[in-house]
Design a protein around this ligand. Structure first.
Ligand SMILES: Cc1cc2nc3c(=O)[nH]c(=O)nc-3n(C[C@H](O)[C@H](O)[C@H](O)COP(=O)(O)OP(=O)(O)OC[C@H]3O[C@@H](n4cnc5c(N)ncnc54)[C@H](O)[C@@H]3O)c2cc1C
Ligand SMILES: *[C@@H]1O[C@H](CO)[C@@H](O)[C@H](O)[C@H]1NC(C)=O
Ligand SMILES: *[C@@H]1O[C@H](CO)[C@@H](O)[C@H](O)[C@H]1NC(C)=O
Length: 563
């Protein structure tokens, strides 16, 4: 063999090796055909480090098949839950109750049903990926005005968890605000064949139910189709500006009013904020910009990472050097290939969300290296919260906050109040913190920040993010939760779409916190005893530094027991 051939063989071996070692991105796996299945999320395990079991799985490709699948489960009195193509919710929402339930995947329900360009209406099946939806709309000259920033989510899943982009203008940034119709399959009595399709939104008397079904956490039935009210295609002009964070509390109160798609990326350790000045411009404005949000970009450093915490810490530090410059421009290009300067002007479909196929396979995303903390605070309270986090930062000048900067910083986005029962009840500022698990090194800071937000500032957790303890008591913060439960009782009286997790989160039965050894380190509980931390590693349960009511796992010397 000449050296060229050896190289090819070696490279091929390497590629195959890589391909084989990549975990499958499919969240549903069955041992025997469609029987004896497990379901997980895109990260390969839920916050409690478990996967869930189900007796069987169904993969309907039409609404009739979907109705038949729900009917079969209802007739057999099996618990049911929807899984989507990748199931990106961090929480246990995708698990059917018990171990003998049915998983119904919307993976094959991914077609466009109809487009009415004149009226800006588009109906799609619920398993359609955001990227396909945005593309199909653009081909009809239409734009979904707001969306999450990553496009590998399904319309059914992202609406069910209240997903959003950033805006205070008009109806705001939550995708469900643009939903004007839905078809949902719910259980029914035997006389009606065990399952029916309910059509919502067209007739007056069904629009109230739409407020329940939009953000449903999947507990009302399975949404078959979603009708969206879109806008004529437009362009956006984006400029990122890095400034000091000294006046962030005041700026956060007004930035969302100044710019239709404005957001802020806070780098607390550096004391900087990257303001996103982002506004709608006429389609005639020149520019063909494209975004690729760096947080979702597969990068070689992160890809090569082994699973040990030590390596993660190294990487987190290296990432701060490698990844951050991308935030300052290279996430955007002016023409799809080069960044030449701001503003970046481009069509909505090229600016609103991004991602690649590669990201969906990315072991960094699947390998549970990340934690997703996401909560919203009423806009009126947000400046005070930010000021307190600044105080907390100033008390931890060493490296506690550098971990946040090294990851993606804290993303601040605007969401408007919604009539959806489990949507935001007030105009809010959403805080997203995506970080490597290595940050448990400084768990106390994240713990305190989380409790400050949830307990002092009345924050509500994002339904598709966070670890267990964030949901403890969350439902009490939704003034219309009672209305939601009434619709649930009507649609699914036997609770076949409910699980242990959804009952805990909705305050129906039990608590989402799991109390035991080390639970606070895992985000499963708030500590009340040293054993909830990791005393053998020097972590004990202590009060917060700024929010003294907080209970955090810390390595400082005073323990709660000594106080
Ligand atoms: C990289 C990344 C970026 C993200 N960016 C954002 C962001 O910018 N903004 C934001 O708000 N969120 C964001 N998220 C969170 C995301 O919006 C939610 O986690 C979302 O629920 C995931 O959608 P999914 O299609 O994977 O749904 P899944 O996780 O599969 O499902 C979520 C829930 O919806 C239910 N469900 C799904 N389909 C249906 C249906 N057809 N009928 C009834 N119930 C259904 C499921 O049963 C489950 O309860 C991001 C997540 C990731 C991983
Ligand atoms: C639907 O999913 C199939 C299989 O994943 C894919 O090949 C097809 O392109 C998708 N269709 C649309 C419209 O997104
Ligand atoms: C993008 O812009 C760069 C720099 O101006 C130019 O060299 C390149 O050819 C352009 N690419 C496309 C696809 O237009």
């Amino acid at each position: 063999m000449d050296s060229g051939k050896v190289l090819v063989v070696l490279l091929l071996g390497l590629l195959l090796g890589v391909a084989r070692s990549s975990p499958s991105p499919e969240p549903v796996a069955c041992a025997h055909g469609t029987w004896d299945c497990t379901v997980t999320n895109a990260y390969g395990s839920f916050p409690d480090r478990h996967v869930c079991h189900a007796a069987n799985a169904a993969f309907p490709s039409t609404e009739q098949e979907l109705v038949a699948a729900v009917a079969a489960a209802a007739a057999a009195k099996r618990k049911v839950k929807v899984a989507t193509k990748y199931s990106h919710s961090f929480t246990k929402l995708a698990c059917p109750g018990g171990r003998d339930g049915t998983i119904i995947s919307t993976e094959r329900l991914n077609r466009t049903v109809s487009v009415d360009s004149a009226n800006g209406l588009m109906t799609v099946e619920s398993g359609m990926l955001l990227k396909d939806l945005i593309q199909a709309a653009a081909e009809a000259g239409l734009a979904l005005p707001h969306s999450p920033y990553w496009h590998g989510l399904t319309i059914g899943g992202l609406v069910a968890t209240g997903a959003h982009g950033s805006s205070l203008w008009g109806k705001g940034s939550a995708v469900h605000e643009y939903v004007v119709g839905m078809r949902i399959v719910t259980p029914a009595p035997a006389s009606q064949g065990f399952a029916i399709v309910r059509e919502l939104g067209i007739a007056e008397d069904t629009s109230a139910d739409l407020d329940a079904v939009k953000v449903s956490l999947g507990v009302l039935g399975i949404v078959s189709q979603v009708t969206l009210k879109l806008q004529p295609m437009f362009k956006r002009s984006v400029t990122l500006e890095k400034r000091d964070d000294t006046d962030l509390p005041a700026q956060a109160a007004v930035w969302g009013n100044l710019h239709e798609f404005g957001d802020m990326t806070w780098l607390p350790w550096q004391g900087k904020v990257i303001y996103r000045r982002d506004d709608r411009v006429p389609v005639s404005t020149s520019g063909n910009g494209l975004t690729h949000y760096p947080g979702f970009r597969a990068n070689p450093t992160a890809r090569a990472r082994a699973s040990s915490e030590v390596v993660e810490q190294d990487d987190a530090r290296r990432m701060s050097a490698a990844t951050l410059p991308e935030l300052h421009g290279q996430g955007f290009t002016n023409n799809g290939s080069f960044f030449t300067g701001y503003p970046v002007v481009g069509f909505q479909n090229r600016i609103q969300a991004s991602g690649t196929e590669e990201d969906m396979w990315d072991p960094c995303i699947r390998g549970s290296f990340h934690h997703f903390l996401g909560f919203s605070i009423a806009l009126s309270n947000a400046p005070l919260f930010i000021a307190e986090v600044q105080q907390l930062r100033d008390l931890n000048p060493s490296c506690a906050f550098s971990g946040l900067d090294a990851n993606l910083g804290v993303l601040l986005r605007y969401v408007r109040a919604s009539s959806a029962y489990l949507g935001k009840s007030e105009d809010s500022l959403d805080f997203d913190i995506t970080y490597y698990r290595s940050l448990t090194e400084h768990a106390d800071v994240v713990d305190e920040l989380e409790q400050l937000a949830l307990n002092k500032y009345g924050a509500v957790p994002h339904w598709g993010k966070n670890r267990n303890r964030a949901f403890d008591g969350a439902i009490a913060k939704y003034p219309k939760a009672g209305e939601f439960l009434k619709v649930k009782a009507r649609y699914d009286p036997h609770g076949i779409f409910s699980s242990e997790w959804s009952d805990q989160v909705l305050g129906i039965n039990g608590s989402p916190s799991i109390v035991g050894r080390g639970c606070a380190m895992e985000g499963l509980c708030v500590c009340s005893h040293d054993s909830h931390c990791a005393p053998e590693k020097g972590y004990s349960c202590q009060p917060g530094k700024v929010f003294v009511e907080a209970r955090v796992c810390s390595t400082s010397t005073a323990s709660l027991q000594d106080m």
